[in-house]
Design a binder for this molecule. Structure first.
Ligand SMILES: Cc1cc2nc3c(=O)[nH]c(=O)nc-3n(C[C@H](O)[C@H](O)[C@H](O)COP(=O)(O)O)c2cc1C
Length: 311
């Protein structure tokens, strides 16, 4: 795409190809109330002096409070903190109820169990289109050594989950499943109790096997994305690896694509499937709030499944 005026969704999707970590930017407002929002636009800038930046949307409800706060903190989320990321990206009444936190030395909220945190003084606020760039000068920081939560193409990823998938694949027969998406709708098989498409595999490259299976099943072109969930099915003790995947346009040979509103009313073949779909619906609704990555057609925020028991 080379036009001067781009399709915003296409541009946002292309920006999303750049894998990042996830942070929550926090501050205390003029009344001393903690404020914070999820941001993946964090970047380290300079070692000497110690500077970092994060971009804040002008549409943010916290815009006034954030830009007038003299200080802010960056909490770099660890891989168990997907829920914290989601809470601070949604219009939740009390976001801070969802996390263990304390005030740092300079008065900014610092979260427990983060990969790292940085407390900063506001060095500069730079105009940048529909965002401003907050430049912070680091006044204190801590690096816990925990793995950071990753984010790319609208989905979270964690090094631990990827490691588990590899060892499950090495250990023996696994069931491969997919949250196969087409413009915000998810592909499901079955009539009464719906299930995610799945196949079993022993050895080989799981992503390649799954892509071939899904293409054969639907007759569509399929691109396998990030891991969505890795869990053991209690009923048969089998390891399940679920990927996020994208389908090309067109009607599937069998099964059907259900939109989030239809998914909310559907019945599923297992609680694990319901869990994954519920999370998908929740994340799509975050998109529907239209704050950042999502849009009215169903959102593009696609998480790894929720429960740590599953990841
Ligand atoms: C993974 C992720 C990254 C985000 N990154 C940013 C960001 O860098 N800057 C921003 O202004 N909003 C970002 N957002 C959106 C805000 O978190 C979201 O709009 C939030 O509701 C803003 O809250 P507020 O309006 O209460 O400030 C991101 C959301 C997600 C899920």
């Amino acid at each position: 795409m080379t036009a001067e005026v781009f399709d915003p969704r296409a541009l946002r999707d292309a920006f999303g190809a750049f894998a990042t970590g996830v942070t929550v930017v926090t501050a205390s407002d003029a009344a001393g109330k903690p404020i914070g929002f999820t941001a993946n636009s964090f970047t380290s800038v300079s070692l000497d002096p110690p500077l970092l930046l994060v971009c804040l949307a002008k549409s943010s409800r916290n815009y006034e409070s954030m830009t007038s706060a003299g200080r802010f903190a960056i909490n770099v989320l660890s891989e168990t903190q997907k829920d914290v990321s989601n809470t601070f990206a949604r219009p939740v009444e009390d976001r801070f109820a969802a996390v263990d936190w304390r005030l740092g030395r300079d008065g900014c909220p610092i979260f427990s169990d983060v990969a790292a945190w940085f407390e900063c003084s506001m060095q500069d606020i730079i105009e940048a289109g529909d965002h401003v760039i907050l430049i912070g000068r680091v006044t204190a920081f801590e690096n816990s050594g925990l793995n950071g939560l990753g984010y790319a193409r609208g989905g979270y990823f964690t090094p631990r989950l990827a490691g588990k998938a590899v060892s499950a694949a090495v250990e023996g027969e696994i069931r491969l499943g997919a949250v196969l998406e087409q413009h915000g709708a998810v592909f499901l098989a079955g009539n009464e109790a719906l299930s995610l498409p799945n196949c079993t595999v022993e050895g080989g490259d799981p992503a390649r096997t799954l892509a071939a299976y899904l293409e054969q099943l639907t007759g569509l072109n399929v691109t396998i994305g990030f891991l969505y969930s890795v869990y053991e099915d209690k009923s048969d003790g089998r390891q399940n690896i679920v990927y996020h995947a994208l389908a090309s346009d067109g009607a599937p040979r069998q099964g059907r694509f259900l939109r989030p509103a239809e998914l909310a009313a559907a019945k599923f073949s297992s609680s694990a499937t319901a869990d994954i779909i519920n999370r998908f619906v929740l994340e799509s609704s975050i998109g529907n709030f239209g704050m950042y990555f999502g849009d009215e057609t169903g959102g593009t925020v696609h998480p790894i499944a929720k429960k740590d028991a599953h990841s």
